[in-house]
Design a protein around this ligand. Structure first.
Ligand code: LHQ
Length: 263
């Protein structure tokens, strides 16, 4: 039987999704997309999963679309590149952003093309010092996709976004962290322990409030301040009614650590 393209492990409230096509730097095939979509749907449904980690096997995080699935065939009509986005990448990015639980990208190696977009779509990105991010699209005559034209200027500023996009130059993890593209860059050998500790901590946190925080920050880039203030009021109303908010405030006043249940 062929190797599974995605390894899924659930422990201590954390679902770790490991892209498993190391010989292709974990490039996306239809099978990998389908497995990842199913795993993220499960993560959304399963109340015992309270944080998600995405990482890759081998020396790459993800090299974007597997280009061998896109090989041009002479004499055959050119394929519709938008179709792959419509069918796989856009739903994936929407799923990551819409999942009301923290998602951490543990970027273990190169993240190129849509692989970089997927990393940037995660809530917290921690990369190994040896990792890099490449807007590889223009190198092959394509346009940034899977959300990169939205994420890059917001994270790195428009000057850096434009130069990264047009040159397709690799940006090392340390610089990506300095530029605010990612949360941090850590020594390779500590990446998974550091991500594991953070994911476990988040999985013991106020999951419902985390989901609302994601929703609020997601809207902030399109809302006016006025609309955002109203949204914060509504979401705070919802958070304030949870068992976790009651526990958090009580624990603070009793000078003890809170024990959150995620609701
Ligand atoms: C690969 C790939 C790959 C297949 C490495 N595919 N084999 C959406 C929808 C519709 C249309 C198209 O696109 C999209 C979104 C996109 O993501 S477009 C962008 C697609 N990705 C790229 O253009 C990146 C292609 N890869 C590279 O440029 C390099 O591999 C990087 C810079 C990532 C790493 O370089 P190296 O460290 O030198 O590794 P390598 O190139 O030797 O790769 C190792 C192997 O993996 C190699 O195979 P081989 O049989 O020679 O060992 C590569 O052919 C294979 N591989 N990326 N995307």
């Amino acid at each position: 039987m062929a190797e599974e393209p995605l390894l899924v492990a659930v422990a201590d409230g954390v679902a770790t999704l490991t892209l498993n096509r190391p010989e292709r730097l974990n490039a996306f095939t239809a099978a990998l997309h389908e497995a990842l979509a199913a795993a993220l749907e499960r993560a959304a449904r399963d109340e015992t999963i309270r944080a998600v980690v995405i990482t890759g096997v081998g020396r790459g995080f993800c090299a974007g679309q597997d280009l061998s699935e896109r090989k041009p065939v002479p004499g055959v009509e050119r394929r519709d590149a938008g179709q792959g986005l419509e069918r796989y990448y856009n739903p994936l990015i929407r799923r990551l952003r819409g999942l009301e639980k923290p998602v951490i990208a543990a970027v273990n190696g190169v993240a190129a093309g849509a692989g970089a977009s997927v990393a940037l779509a995660c809530d917290i990105v921690i990369a190994a010092n040896s990792a890099s991010f490449i807007q590889a699209f223009s190198r092959i005559g394509l346009v940034l996709d899977a959300g990169s034209t939205w994420f890059l200027p917001r994270l790195a500023g428009s000057a850096r976004a434009m130069a990264l996009a047009l040159t397709g130059e690799a940006i090392p993890a340390l610089r990506a962290a300095e530029w605010g593209l990612i949360w941090k860059s850590v020594p390779d050998e500590t990446l998974m322990t550091e991500v594991g500790a953070l994911a476990t901590r988040l999985a013991q946190g106020p999951t419902h409030a985390y989901g609302l925080i994601k929703r609020a920050l997601g809207r902030s880039s399109i809302n006016s301040l006025d609309a955002q203030l109203n949204l914060e009021r509504d979401l705070q109303r919802e958070a304030g009614r949870t068992d976790d908010a009651r526990e958090g405030i009580t624990a603070f006043l009793e000078k003890r650590p809170p024990k959150f249940i995620g609701r």
